[in-house]
Design a protein around this ligand. Structure first.
Ligand SMILES: Nc1nc2c(ncn2[C@@H]2O[C@H](COP(=O)(O)OP(=O)(O)OP(=O)(O)O)[C@@H](O)[C@H]2O)c(=O)[nH]1
Length: 690
């Protein structure tokens, strides 16, 4: 930015701005000449102040009015109506239509009455003979047109066009404030003679804070003739109440000289503005109508303009909410998102590889980084990895409890040194309950913004009586200013969507990590279960697992009357193997033997280690003959296997087939007896228990 002024220091300008901000615009002690004003005491008995032009409207000289009673000046019926109206609860201002005066002075007036401190102010504005029946039709039509607008921009445009048609003024503009109260014209409808201000920026000082506050009190400001000389109040100060009369709620309040000059420099003779407040009652913009020649709008037309705006505002909020909801919908993570290959922690880099580009375009960002568990993923224009670390270190100190941090001018923040080519950052912490915080970081590069100002904003002060005062710009010709080191601002809707995305990411990460934890728990449990039922050396069931399997198989055999057999076998002279070759070789023999046996079994048969060098095979759906065949196959396979230095290795097998009434104990006992017989018979053979 070029700095606040080429000619004045910041301190000088700040002082001038301060003085401007203290100008009592709400109590100028004067009114516009399109009507007259009478200030009464709180009881509506005495007249305390009148506008100097009273005679023009009521044919009563101010001096005479000041000595008269309110009843005498305004008539008993009006005073009684005002008393009733002001006593009843309701809006601050009361509006009535009355006939006042006698003879040729009798006229219809629009009356606005309101309390101002301990006084009652009555503003009278003569009514023009206008047929205003069409106003209701305008409102009815607008209710439909406004409701049909499909975007904020379309509704803005329709509003300025509708007001243009209704008022016939030369230029209707919709003016929106940014966060710093600078304004820009976002929609316009005008006649060919009026200069266009569409897209122009106006500095915050054009509508200073105390003027903005007036719009909070009174949403409508009407200036039928900007050049008209203000009409003072007589006497200038109320002798019984020296507090200046606050005219904020009324319609006639005089225009401040600085504003008069401003409008005249702009070529504006008539101005009408209506405030647009957002759902938090913050002044968000103004609908401003300009006429190039002085024109009076009737109270009915003014009220209709105000009503058009009032109808548009909730519709605008609805459209904003819809746009926001659309964006929120788009930051929802796809259902069943393949976050990471099974069994791995969320990898931010991979997540951004999949979705980074989509998110960049949704948020209008140039770079995005996701930081989680000391790892970060990046996509687009993002500062160096070490700079990201510095940013992450600093962020929690900036506002520890905040749901986000953002800047569109990083150069002016402590992150300046690490910003790289990024000028804007929107940082949202992921709401995860973890020791080290996780962040979603959106970056924007510099956007050299060529701002079209209506008039050069820095040429707004001059020395008067050795004091710097703000002056309205003399020229409203377009003036361009290049704004550097800034990105586009992070709008509220974008900020909300980023918080939503961070929430969604946190949910994804948390559920993924819980799944991971569950998978690990399952693995550990499986291992523990295996350890409880299996033998470590051979992979066969251990004694406990074997017993469980025999129990289950006997129960099934009994229930379904299906055969099963138990083969119990023991390595012959295994002690010799250990003694000769050592225990390790003995172990290897057992492991090899189990593998050979397993190779000879069907899926449904089971191998168990009964103890030491004694094994069993539980052969399901196998009768005595099948068991004999299997036993012989096992025996010969072992005898024919090369066990290296421990060879030859042989086994003796005892077989017992299931008989109705068998228990595990009886079945094992018969198999054990048969195996004993095999040993007795010289080993390396099979015996069947009859
Ligand atoms: N290496 C090793 N040896 C084992 C293991 N379990 C039992 N043994 C050994 O196996 C041998 C069994 O010896 P014995 O009961 O006398 O029977 P055997 O020498 O096989 O003789 P028979 O059964 O009568 O043919 C003992 O020396 C045990 O120490 C084991 O897990 N590893």
């Amino acid at each position: 930015m070029n700095g606040p002024s080429k000619r004045f220091s910041k301190a000088e300008l700040d002082a001038a701005l301060d003085a401007c901000a203290r100008e009592p615009v709400h109590s100028p002690g004067a009114i516009q000449p399109v009507g007259c004003l009478i200030s009464l005491d709180a009881e509506l008995g005495r007249v305390r102040q009148v506008s100097a032009n009273l005679e023009t409207y009521l044919d009563v000289a101010p001096e005479q009015a000041l000595t008269a009673s309110a009843r005498r000046l305004l008539g008993g019926p009006l005073i009684e109506r005002l008393q009733q109206a002001l006593l009843a609860p309701g809006p601050q201002t009361r509006e009535l239509t009355v006939n006042l005066g006698v003879g040729r002075w009798r006229r219809r007036f629009h009356v606005i009455a309101y309390r101002s401190g301990q006084r009652v102010v009555v503003e009278l504005e003569p009514l023009l003979a206008q047929n205003e029946h069409h106003l209701l039709a305008v409102l009815n039509r607008w209710l439909i047109t406004a409701g049909e607008a499909s975007s904020v921009e379309q509704l803005h445009q329709r509003l300025v066009e509708e007001v243009h048609r209704l008022t016939g003024l030369d230029r209707i503009m919709l003016y929106r404030f940014d966060e710093y109260w600078n304004g820009s014209v976002v929609a316009e409808s005008r006649t060919g003679t009026a200069q266009s201000f569409l897209g122009h920026h106006f500095p915050a000082s054009d509508i200073p804070a105390q003027v903005r506050r007036l719009y909070d009190i009174n949403r409508l400001r009407s200036i039928p003739d900007a050049a008209a000389a203000p009409v003072p109040l007589i006497p200038a100060a109320d002798p019984l109440d020296p507090a200046p009369l606050d005219l904020s709620p009324g319609i006639l309040r005089a225009v401040s000289p600085i504003h008069q000059t401003y409008l005249s420099n702009m070529g504006v003779a008539t101005a009408l503005s209506v405030a647009l407040h957002d759902d938090e009652e913050r002044l968000g913009g103004l609908l401003t109508c300009h006429g190039l020649t002085p024109q009076r709008l009737s109270p009915g037309v003014r009220d209709t303009v105000r009503a058009l705006v009032q109808i548009a505002v909730p519709q605008l909020m609805l459209l904003h909410t819809k746009a926001e909801a659309r964006l929120m919908g788009e930051v929802k993570l796809p259902h069943g998102l393949q976050a990471e290959p099974h069994g791995q922690l969320i990898n931010p880099a991979q997540l951004l590889q999949q979705h980074g580009e989509t998110w960049l375009s949704l948020f209008g960002a140039d770079g995005i980084a996701l930081y989680h568990r000391q790892r970060h993923g990046r996509c687009g224009s993002v500062p160096e990895a070490s700079d990201i670390e510095a940013v992450i270190d600093w962020l929690p100190q900036s506002s520890p409890e905040a749901s986000l941090w953002h800047s569109h001018c990083l150069k002016e923040t402590p992150l300046g040194p690490w910003r790289g080519q990024s000028c804007g950052l929107l940082a949202v912490p992921l709401p995860l309950d973890s020791q080290s915080p996780s962040w979603l970081l959106l970056f924007r590069d510099e956007q050299v913004d060529t701002r079209r100002w209506a008039g050069e904003p820095c040429d707004q002060a001059e020395y008067r009586n050795a004091r710097l005062v703000l002056t309205p710009r003399r020229s409203f010709a377009e003036w361009q200013e290049a704004v550097h080191d800034q990105s586009r601002v992070w709008r509220r809707i974008t900020r909300r969507a980023a918080v939503e995305l961070a929430d969604n990411l946190a949910t994804l990460i948390a559920s993924h990590e819980i799944q991971l934890l569950n998978a690990r728990l399952r693995q550990v449990n499986d291992r523990l279960a295996k350890m409880a039922t299996h033998d470590n050396l051979t992979g066969a069931w251990n004694r406990y697992g074997s017993e469980e399997a025999i129990d289950a198989e006997i129960a099934a055999a009994e229930r379904y009357h299906r055969p099963c057999a138990l083969l119990l076998f023991d390595v012959d002279h295994f002690k010799v193997v250990n003694d000769r070759h050592g225990h390790d070789i003995g172990d290897q023999v057992l492991a090899r033997l189990a593998a050979v046996v397993r190779d000879n079994l069907r899926e449904s048969d089971h191998l168990g280690r009964w103890g030491g060098e004694e094994f069993l095979v539980l052969a399901t759906s196998t009768d005595a003959d099948g068991a004999r065949e299997l036993a012989e196959r096992l025996r010969s396979s072992i005898a024919g296997t090369d066990f290296g230095q421990a060879s030859p290795v042989t086994i003796s097998i005892g077989i017992a087939d299931f008989r109705q009434g068998d228990t595990p104990k009886t079945l094992v006992k018969r198999a054990d007896d048969a195996m004993y017989q095999a040993k007795q018979a010289g080993r390396n053979c099979v015996r069947y228990s009859d």
